[in-house]
Design a protein around this ligand. Sequence first.
Ligand code: GLU
Length: 475
Amino acid sequence: MSTSAPSQPDAPLVTRFAPSPTGELHLGNARTALFNLLLARHTGGRFLLRVEDTDSERSREAHTQGMMADLRWLGIEWDAGPDREDDRGPYRQSQRGALYAQELATLESSGAVYPCFCTPLELSLARRTQLAAGKPPRYAGTCRELAAPERARRLAAGTPATLRFRVPRGERIAFTDLVHGEQSFSSDDIGDFVVRRADGTAAFFFSNAVDDARMGVTLVLRGEDHLTNTPRQLLLLGALALPAPAYGHVALLVGADGAPLSKRHGAVSVREYRERGYLAEALVNHLYRLGHSSALHGLLTLEEMARAFDAKHLGRAPARFDEQQLQVWQKEAVHRLDAGAARRWLTEVLPRGLEEHAVAAFTAALLPNLLLPEDARAWVEIVFGAPPPLEPEDAELVRAAGPGYFAAAAAAAARDGSDLPAIAGAVRAATGRKGSELYMPLRLALTGRTHGPELAPLLKAMPPGKARERLARFA
Ligand code: GLU
């Protein structure tokens, strides 16, 4: 059997993101979701969200809610999903039991599956023996040829049983992977796999493939770790006479050391980045370029990404998540925040009860220097708090400028408020100083630091009278 990628690359695609809600939304999964969204939008198709929660032990509703919130925060919206049902739903696998039962019954009646009574212990021993002999672990087929009366006897006795798919022997399974090109597998290398667990729930290979077909998915783009699952799923769909989607498997995300991105590398969930103050625009711009080469530079909107997204530009090499590169996007995204968005972004660090114009002046002064909201904390203290202390060598610089310097500066501040050119002009006239000789003592007296945001807007952000008071200290 064989299937291939869609022949018309721009035909409307139905794509999906199918997370298992067993943890937080990982950056790698967020990228998969993004690419699927972009493929659907690029072709004017549909993007679905399906929650794969058949493993009731490990699935949590809180994770489903968290993932949906993270996706929405990134701007990744689905056309149908658990909270936006349509006639292809329900979009939670835990609610699709009746549908799976129907398909399983079809497989049972055609003899494509058989009950397997092997216990987990027996299976794990067999596995270990195969591994020890240097063979790939594969179900040995113990229950495949069980005589019908024996099968019936065990079932009647209530012996726990899984249901396994009878993989046909001597077949080739070929498909064209959107990323990896032509693929060909021998069915003889595939062991009979479980389609229904002993507790009666549908197993991953089965529910995942059946749902793609039943939901009308035409392209499955997912992580490379699923590439070898695809031939099994094609066999299943063939046995059920269901349409197979096209498949593409994207390279995994790796950390700076080349190992798969994991907690060892630090923050790997979307939530962690959001909570640290990374902006969604920055994160999606970095994810967009991971494993997908883009000719477009600069910060892109999702609409621009969708227009430009090209499945032919998906690379096979592992894609490196690089926080420094993310920070480049973050700087650009911060730069573009409007006053309202900047205020919301800095809510945690801004003093309570600040008037609108004061917030606007503060954010205007600070934004060009910020990467994360946390970086503004020290400046909140400097601008709104007590006079900042000086390092000994800086105190010396200030003293050396002399009382005349500061008397002129304070008088100008009293007269002209927070107008830096007026203050600097008065000091220049009084002292003849220029350049950094002129500005550094002002900066030190006002902020306590030799470096920081541009001084003129910073002065404007200070509460009235504050500049004069700080300058007058040294007059
Ligand atoms: N629930 C599977 C996972 O999270 C889905 C894989 C797929 O996209 O088909 O890995």
